[in-house]
Design a protein around this ligand. Structure first.
Ligand code: NAD
Length: 500
């Protein structure tokens, strides 16, 4: 591995890098090597306050800019990111342990596409009504930015999550303070630098780096933050919701996506889809396939073919283009994933593949083998809780209704897929499954034009697509009298009689 060292401080406030003022030192470690990539003071409450003040100061001018001006700046940001694509991919791979083929082919191009989408969509923002809903008044609807947004992002797709939080907010005329995960802040900082090079006024995008319970909480509870937008676990999301009480809130939380295979499905397609859908990003994906329910006639074949395909997945150095799966984000997370599998095994689960960390040359880093589990109860921990690792649980079902019932039977509702060659079954399943996204005969693809967001304990509100503007704008009704009369008919309900 070549050496890499991040030299700039980890805060980006008012258009420039700054050191944090907290006594707490932050270390960004490379999961694959354990090397320190960056080490700097975390943001304290004082830095969060400076960032919020920078965002507040930049708000009037940015909110007042013509949409075409905002769109032009964001288009230049997309061009800057395109120029920096390889640096972004390598930095993302180093800080998050993601295979380089994933960051080069998915994280980075997907993020740039999202920036381009919001650059274009910034010019389409408009209110939805103008008309005489009362015969004496003309009503119009204005969509206005909310103000200063405080955003919190997770470590699993650091650049993409930063883009999903920042772009709809600033395209709509808001300014933002983003706190990336303290484990993976580097690509968010590269994004902020690119925004400055693209001509985004200082203070429109600010980054504060530090732990959730200190830096994050200072941000979401700050009195001058108008809106909080959070992506992360359901548990942290609930703390954030409490700390942000009274503010506008958008929550993108955990998932436990079901993968429902009916007996007429193309078995080979389902097996390939399950392995890819379960193992993408080492299973550290909120929409990853985690629970495969297979209609009884296909069950045994699905298990054996999936186990065989999982065995072919190549673990290795994430910077090597032939590596399929890198390490998990940290040793603590590896222990957490292993804990779920070990407890399931102790409770009688059959582990058909994996179920342990690899040894040999990979023993030094937090790798975990692709793992296939069966023989567990629907109400067991490994079926109900988010493992967030390369672990797929497979269970059988008999009737269609039973399969759909099992798919809906967790607290989560972020994503799901149904596999069938029968169009009627596909439509019935897509209607009955309670999740923000249902794929038919695929699992994972996303697209900038379409919304992403949860039902149930997976949160509320939408990322991506024009729907995200509903989160980041206020809708204002302007109602103008068009009669010019002094004594209006309705005044008699307050004083006097009907005017003659
Ligand atoms: P996490 O909840 O531990 O942390 C997410 C972010 O919140 C981090 O920046 C963290 O520092 C911060 N944070 C934690 N506690 C906080 C607090 N009390 N106040 C303020 N900030 C706080 O999640 P993670 O481990 O970084 O990421 C994995 C989780 O994110 C999974 O549950 C996954 O499903 C979820 N996720 C959801 C989506 C989605 O779109 N729904 C996308 C990606 C990840």
């Amino acid at each position: 591995m070549s050496t890499f060292r991040w030299t700039a401080p980890l805060q980006y406030i008012g258009g420039r890098h700054q050191d944090g003022s907290s006594p707490q030192q932050l270390t960004v470690a490379e999961p694959a090597s354990g090397d320190t990539l960056a080490s700097f003071p975390a943001a304290g409450a004082q830095d969060v306050d400076s960032a919020v003040r920078a965002a507040r100061g930049a708000f009037p001018e940015w909110a007042g800019a013509a949409p075409a001006e905002r769109a032009g700046t964001l288009a230049r940001l997309a061009a800057e990111l395109r120029r920096a694509a390889e640096e972004l991919a390598v930095t993302e791979t180093r800080q998050a342990g993601k295979p380089i083929k994933l960051t080069r082919e998915f994280d980075v191009p997907g993020s740039i596409d999202n920036v381009e989408f919001f650059a274009a969509t910034a010019r389409h923002l408009e209110g939805g009504a103008a008309g005489e809903y009362s015969p004496d008044h003309t009503s119009s609807v204005r969509r206005e930015p909310i103000g200063v947004v405080g955003s919190i992002a997770p470590w699993n797709y650091p650049l993409q999550m930063a883009v999903w939080k920042i772009l709809p907010a600033v395209a709509a005329g808001n300014t933002i303070v983003l706190k990336p995960s303290e484990l993976t802040p580097l690509t968010s900082l590269l994004l902020a630098e690119a925004a400055t090079r693209a001509g985004l006024p200082a203070g429109v995008v600010n980054i504060v780096t530090g732990p959730g319970p200190t830096t994050g909480e200072a941000l979401v509870s700050h009195g001058d933050v108008d809106m909080v937008s959070f992506t992360g676990s359901t548990q942290a999301g609930l703390s954030v919701a409490r700390a942000a009480a009274g503010k506008r809130l958008h929550l993108e939380l955990g998932g436990k996506a079901p993968f429902l295979v009916f007996d007429d499905a193309d078995l080979d397609a389902a097996v390939h889809g399950a392995v890819a859908g379960a193992l993408i990003n080492s299973g550290q994906d909120c929409t990853a396939a985690t629970r495969a329910y297979i209609q009884r006639p296909l069950f045994e074949q699905f298990l054996s073919h999936t186990a065989d395909l999982m065995a072919s997945v190549r673990l290795g150095d994430p910077l090597d283009p032939s590596t399929d799966q890198g390490p998990l984000i940290s040793t603590a997370h590896q222990r957490r994933v292993a804990g779920f599998v070990d407890r399931a095994r102790s409770a009688g689960a059959r582990i058909l593949q994996g179920g342990a960390a690899p040894g040999g040359g990979l023993a030094h880093a937090p790798y975990y083998r692709p793992t296939l589990v069966t023989g567990v109860a629907q109400d067991s921990e490994i079926v109900q809780s988010e493992v967030f690792g390369p672990v797929l649980v497979v269970l059988p079902f008999d009737t269609d209704d039973e399969g759909i019932g099992l798919a809906n039977d967790t607290p989560y509702g972020l994503a799901a897929s149904a596999w069938t060659t029968d169009v009627y079954r596909a439509q019935r399943a897509s209607r009955a499954i309670r999740a923000g996204c249902v794929w038919i005969n695929d699992h994972i693809p996303i697209i900038s034009e379409m919304p992403h967001g949860g039902y149930k304990a997976s949160g509320y509100g939408k990322d991506m697509s024009a729907y995200s503007f509903d989160e980041y704008t206020n809708v204002k009704h302007v109602m103008s009298d068009i009669t010019g009369t002094v004594r209006k008919d309705w005044h008699r309900t307050v004083f006097g009689d009907r005017p003659r």
